[in-house]
Design a binder for this molecule. Structure first.
Ligand code: GAL
Length: 440
């Protein structure tokens, strides 16, 4: 057995693992007489951005399922730090464009896959959807998010709810705040004001601009499903749209309760501050659940969650997927990986530590914590699903990136008119890229 060390340069933020493996390929020499063994690395290279403690635990659990089934394959995982994939995306794009695609990489469902699809970099994988039974057990909207022109190009590994506000239970109890009453933005802001009056200067913790963007898109969703649908269908093009103005005003008020260093902290630092009671609330996808439980906190006892005001019954969708890249060096292992990702065993290993739920309706609910069990119920009974823009799915990527910049500017200058106008003009600018029609 030889030791194979593969180093993958990943945009400066390099983490890697080593495994060992040999597979012998035999071939004849040009003279046709001697059989010359050629050594070929039987490997699987994976890129992802799961680097927080709970995220790492989740991807490692999924890799373990793969390794149990394929013990002879050397798994080389290259996690690139940076929430929501904003650092990993450009790294992988450059590899794919250079014809050096990894065997699998994390990618959001929906629009985020489009540049790869358009460039012909994704293989059609209808057969894996068939053989894994995914088609029978996955809701329609998720199936659509993994398709182009009626064919599947990615496999969903999770469903994460974006419109969740997490809270520290001890902090709320100390100031007699009942989270069940926080069903409107004014009620939430009144609670935040009470905490501020009691010396908690930033009762709502928030992270860098993509997480601020997630707050704003959630507030936009709270303006109504019809409005959100119009927005992601590229129909909100007026700088004076009253619902966008109202959403920005709500966000402006929200910012008066947030930490002044938000631009410089990661999503998991913001969660950590709520864990430590330095703040009471954080709006974040349910990957935050993984962080709370990893430090031993119990849902319903030490921490809890409410659905963001105005979005009750709605389920904001953040869906991570893997795909079969054209030109991957180990196509067989790439397919094997997708089969594991699609399987009930794979999903029920990955999602419990992650805080998310499985897109499969036949998942083993006993493996999930009480937050996740409630989320599974909410997911089934949701009145509307809405794809997150900031987490890659809902709108064209050019729009998404500008939206995050505009949000970052707004966090700094609080200028409602400027932001409304910039969001509308970005929509107009990229109108030709809105080629999905969402029906929420
Ligand atoms: C989301 C992703 C999640 C989680 C989060 C923070 O975009 O879908 O799986 O990783 O970013 O990095």
């Amino acid at each position: 057995m030889i030791v194979v060390a593969i180093l993958l340069a990943a945009g400066g933020a390099l983490l890697y693992r080593f495994f060992s493996e040999t597979s012998l390929n035999t071939g004849t020499s040009s003279g046709g007489s001697a059989i010359v063994p050629q050594q070929e690395v039987n490997a699987l290279t994976i890129y992802d951005w799961w680097t927080s403690p709970s995220e790492s635990a989740a991807i490692n659990a999924l890799i373990s399922v793969f390794e149990t089934q394929y013990p002879s394959v050397a798994v080389v995982a290259a996690p690139v730090t940076g929430g929501a994939g904003f650092n990993m995306g450009p790294v992988v794009k450059s590899f794919v464009a250079a014809g050096q695609a990894p065997d699998a990489f994390q990618m959001h469902a929906g629009y985020e896959a489009e540049p790869y699809f358009d460039a012909g970099d994704l293989s059609q994988i209808d057969d894996i959807w068939d053989s894994s039974g995914l088609k029978q057990v996955t809701p329609d909207i998720i199936q659509q998010m993994c398709q182009f022109n009626g064919h599947f190009y990615s496999i969903p590994v999770d469903v994460q709810r974006s419109n969740v506000i997490w809270y520290n239970k001890a902090v709320l109890s100390k100031y007699h705040i009942d989270p069940a009453t926080l069903t409107t933005w004014p009620a939430l802001f009144a609670a935040a004001a009470k905490l501020q009056a009691n010396g908690i200067s930033a009762p709502i913790q928030m992270g860098q601009s993509w997480t601020a963007g997630q707050v704003l898109e959630t507030i936009i969703a709270g303006e109504g499903t019809d409005f959100y649908q119009d927005w992601i269908n590229g129909k909100v093009t007026s700088p004076n749209d009253p619902r966008m103005i109202e959403a920005l005003q709500t966000f402006k008020e929200y910012l008066s309760y947030t930490n002044s260093d938000s631009a410089n902290i990661t999503w998991d630092t913001a969660v950590d501050r709520v864990i430590k009671g330095q703040g009471a609330f954080n709006l974040m996808g349910d990957w935050a659940d993984g962080e709370f439980k990893l430090v031993g906190m119990k849902y319903g006892v030490d921490y809890g969650s409410i659905v963001a005001p105005g979005t009750q019954g709605m389920y904001g969708l953040v869906i991570d997927t893997f795909q079969h890249p054209e030109g991957a060096s180990h196509p067989t292992n790439s397919i094997r990986w997708l089969q594991v990702v699609a399987s009930r065993d794979g999903q029920d290993a990955f999602n419990p530590p992650k805080g998310s739920i499985s897109p499969r309706s036949d998942s083993d609910i006993t493996k999930y914590d009480s937050y996740q069990q409630a989320a599974i119920g909410d997911f089934k009974s949701a009145t509307h699903y809405f794809p997150s823009v900031v987490n890659g799915s809902g709108a064209p990527q050019d729009f998404e990136l500008n939206f995050i910049t505009i949000t970052g500017n707004f966090v700094a200058d609080h200028n409602v008119a400027n932001a409304a106008s910039a969001i509308a003009s970005t929509t107009r600018q990229f109108l030709s890229e809105y080629n999905r029609t969402w029906s929420l």
